[in-house]
Design a protein around this ligand. Sequence first.
Ligand SMILES: Nc1ncnc2c1ncn2[C@@H]1O[C@H](COP(=O)(O)OP(=O)(O)OP(=O)(O)O)[C@@H](O)[C@H]1O
Length: 249
Amino acid sequence: MAALTLEALTVKFGGLTAVNGLDLQIRDGELRCLLGPNGAGKSTTLDLICGKTAPTSGRIILGNQDITNLPEFKRARAGVGRKFQTPSVFKDLTVIENLEVGRSSEPGLLSTLRVFRSPVRGRMREVLELVGLEDAIHTRAENLSHGQTQWLEIAMLLMQDCRVILMDEPTAGMTVQETRQTAELFRTLRGDHTMIVVEHDMTFVRDIAETVTVMDMGGLLAEGSIAEVEANPAVREAYLADSGEQDHA
Ligand SMILES: Nc1ncnc2c1ncn2[C@@H]1O[C@H](COP(=O)(O)OP(=O)(O)OP(=O)(O)O)[C@@H](O)[C@H]1O
């Protein structure tokens, strides 16, 4: 079953069509990489899916629910999770406290108490092990490395049991080692979680990619395995036309 379907999705900003009639279908459990030269419309596509930007036309369907006209917070509740480039963790709180706060959709004493019940606590430990933060449970977020902070944010999304997780350049600013660990994490997550990842780091993409979608000028340019799209002359041309981006494909 499709976790997410985009139908002829379009957004215009004045005279500029940033996303142009985009059709996309993401299977449950799929890890889809979204590539394309600068200005291709990748981040705007994520903005449209999470509700940060309203489309000019087209439809967005999550599972079998049409979410095109839902406001951002309702889409989050419906199961769209978004990780932005700048982490939004609480610096003064520890790793586990961040997960507790992130988990609580109804702030207040009752929900905080509920969080401490064992099934949720057990799930937190599981998620922290998954992202490699099991030894940093009581570390304040401000003392985490850049990579660890990104993993904490991913852990917070995993706790929300999102239907689809959107990530914009998750490895930006990471060391080579952190990027490798993130690739390993994503390979573990795929199958159980549905993710759309916008990424420029082609080594990382090759490490994690199943199907990749290449956008150019707001539209879909190519879709297939990494080998297929890298061999596609139209893809090569699009990247070469974008002067600063030759290294990205
Ligand atoms: N709110 C906005 N108002 C006007 N134009 C916008 C807005 N958001 C994006 N754009 C334009 O839409 C186009 C697509 O931008 P977008 O950020 O989606 O590209 P991208 O593929 O994510 O690029 P990059 O890889 O550089 O992040 C660009 O020309 C951008 O300037």
